[in-house]
Every structure is written in structure tokens, then in C-alpha cells.
Design a protein around this ligand. Structure first.
Ligand code: HEC
Ligand code: HEC
Ligand code: HEC
Ligand code: HEC
Length: 158
């Protein structure tokens, strides 16, 4: 990590700590909250860069915007569960204004909420082994007729 990154990591940690007193904050035993992909960058630069450049998820909010005009607010909310990060869950996406860092489907849609992992400097608290079920929440059977596990499990991320 370079200096800039160390500084960034410190800023992210501070942001996470400052967020803690809000009502939704996870206590020691509460759920880990979503922090957004940028929070992962200082420590996982390679994955972050690759994700940002190649994964469509990293721009998935744009897909909503492309069709936004013809949609009612209610229909729009339906898009959020797959095209944003953590919508409807503790610390997840609320709106572009309130949670800009969560507007795309980021690292945490696959690896789970990262607050505690970041707070502890990477000492666990993150999901590594992923299964087909982790993907099928969004890549539903009606959307993908044949979602082949082996070749695809490492796709769409980094
Ligand atoms: C159940 C999860 C889910 C929901 C709900 C959902 N999407 Fe998607 N969307 C996906 C997935 C997964 C893809 C990737 C391609 C595929 O598998 O069809 C996708 C692809 C897209 C694309 C194509 C992007 C491209 O590369 O051309 C657009 C546009 C889009 N979605 C817009 C929307 C909008 C607008 C809504 C809300 C009305 C919505 N989606 C709701 C999961 C979802
Ligand atoms: C589409 C799902 C998906 C997304 C999104 C995703 N990953 Fe991953 N990630 C994976 C899979 C699959 C593995 C491999 C797990 C295994 O070894 O079984 C992995 C592994 C990792 C590892 C461990 C690497 C190693 O070699 O041990 C790190 C670190 C990681 N991801 C970070 C990130 C970061 C940071 C982001 C966002 C910039 C991200 N991931 C986004 C699916 C994803
Ligand atoms: C302060 C630094 C730091 C930040 C920020 C950070 N990580 Fe990590 N992460 C680590 C360290 C250290 C490891 C352990 C690396 C190893 O064992 O090779 C790790 C490991 C992982 C692994 C592999 C877990 C395993 O069991 O091997 C994944 C996946 C991961 N991180 C994802 C993320 C995601 C997603 C984010 C953002 C939400 C993130 N990390 C933010 C430091 C960090
Ligand atoms: C939170 C919902 C969600 C989850 C969970 C999810 N995806 Fe996706 N994925 C999407 C959306 C949305 C898109 C389309 C983004 C767009 O084009 O707007 C997408 C796109 C993709 C693509 C298209 C190619 C590309 O470069 O992005 C692949 C491949 C993919 N996902 C694989 C996976 C795999 C493998 C997993 C599980 C390990 C997974 N996804 C989990 C929502 C999800």
C-alpha cells in the first residue's frame, strides 16, 4: 500500500467508525453493514481495478437509468434489489443521494456486507467460498435458462 492508500484506508475506517452511532449501526453482535466497493480498494487494489474495468456490475445503476423514464417509483424500487448493493438490508442502498457508494452492485453483493471485515483490517468476517445460490438471488432461473456453475462462478467479479 502506498501512502495515499494508507490515508484512504484511514479515512474509510474513520467513516465506518463515525457511522456507528446511527440507529442501524451494528453493535458487537449486530449484523455487519454495507460499506461500498471503494472501501475495499486500498487493500484489494487488483480485484478492485479489475472489477471496475470489466464487471458490468460496477456500472449496473446505469442500466436502471437507461429505462428509468418509463418506470413508476414502485417499479424502480424493484430494480434496486439486483442492480444496487444491499437494498432493503441493514446499511444497504437507500437512494443515490443518501448512499451514492452503494448505487451499483458492488463487491458486497457476492462477498456479503464488509463493515466488520474492514473494521478488523481483514481478519475474516467476509464470505469467500461462493456457491451458485449466492448468484441465483439475482441471476434467477427465469433470467438465465442455463446458469452453468463451473465456468460462471468466477465470472462477473474480477
Ligand atoms: C432479479 C434480479 C433483477 C431485477 C429485479 C432487475 N434486474 Fe436488470 N439485470 C439483472 C441481471 C442478472 C442482468 C444481467 C443480464 C442477465 O442475466 O439478463 C440484468 C441486466 C439488465 C440490463 C441489460 C444490461 C446490458 O448489459 O445491456 C438492463 C438495461 C437492466 N437489467 C435493467 C433493469 C431494470 C430497469 C430493472 C427494474 C425494472 C431491472 N433490471 C430489474 C438482474 C435484475
Ligand atoms: C460476482 C461475484 C463477485 C464480486 C462482485 C466480487 N467478487 Fe471477489 N471473489 C469472487 C469469487 C467467486 C472468488 C473466489 C472464491 C474462491 O476462491 O472460491 C472471489 C475472491 C476474492 C478474494 C480472495 C482472492 C484470493 O485469491 O484469495 C478477494 C480479496 C476478493 N474476491 C475481493 C473482491 C473485491 C475487493 C471486490 C470488489 C471490487 C470483489 N471481490 C467482487 C466473486 C466476486
Ligand atoms: C484494511 C484492509 C482491508 C480492507 C479495507 C478490506 N480487506 Fe479484504 N482482506 C484484507 C486482508 C488482510 C485479508 C486476508 C488476506 C489473505 O489472507 O491473503 C483479506 C481477505 C479478503 C477476502 C478473502 C477471505 C478469505 O477467507 O480468504 C475477501 C473475499 C475480501 N478480503 C474481500 C473484501 C471486500 C469485499 C472488501 C470491501 C468491503 C474488503 N475485503 C476490504 C484486508 C482488507
Ligand atoms: C445483487 C445481485 C447480483 C448477485 C448476487 C450476482 N449478480 Fe451477477 N450481475 C448482476 C447484475 C445486475 C448484472 C448486470 C449488470 C448490468 O449490466 O447492469 C450482473 C452481471 C453478471 C455477469 C455479466 C458479465 C459481466 O461482465 O458482468 C456475470 C457473468 C455475472 N453477473 C456473474 C455472477 C456470479 C458468478 C455471481 C455469483 C458468484 C453473481 N453474478 C452474483 C447482479 C448480481
Amino acid at each position: 500500500m502506498g501512502r495515499g492508500h494508507l490515508f484512504f484506508a484511514a479515512a474509510v475506517l474513520l467513516a465506518v467508525i463515525l457511522r456507528s452511532p446511527c440507529p442501524e449501526a451494528s453493535g458487537e453482535d449486530g449484523p455487519s453493514l454495507y460499506v461500498g466497493s471503494e472501501a475495499c480498494e486500498p487493500c484489494h487494489e487488483e480485484e478492485y481495478e479489475s472489477f471496475r474495468q470489466y464487471a458490468k456490475k460496477s456500472n449496473s445503476y446505469r442500466s436502471i437509468e437507461r429505462l428509468e423514464k418509463g418506470l413508476s417509483p414502485e417499479d424502480l424500487r424493484k430494480c434496486y434489489s439486483c442492480h444496487t448493493t444491499g437494498y432493503g438490508r441493514p446499511g444497504g442502498f437507500i437512494s443515490v443521494e443518501a448512499t451514492p457508494g452503494l448505487k451499483n452492485a458492488g463487491c458486497e453483493v457476492c462477498h456479503g456486507p464488509g463493515e466488520r471485515h474492514v473494521q478488523t483490517g481483514g481478519a475474516g468476517f467476509i464470505k469467500k467460498r461462493l456457491t451458485r445460490e449466492d448468484c441465483e438471488v439475482c441471476h434467477t432461473s427465469e433470467r438465465v435458462r442455463a446458469f452453468r456453475y463451473k465456468p460462471l462462478i468466477h465470472g462477473g467479479g474480477h
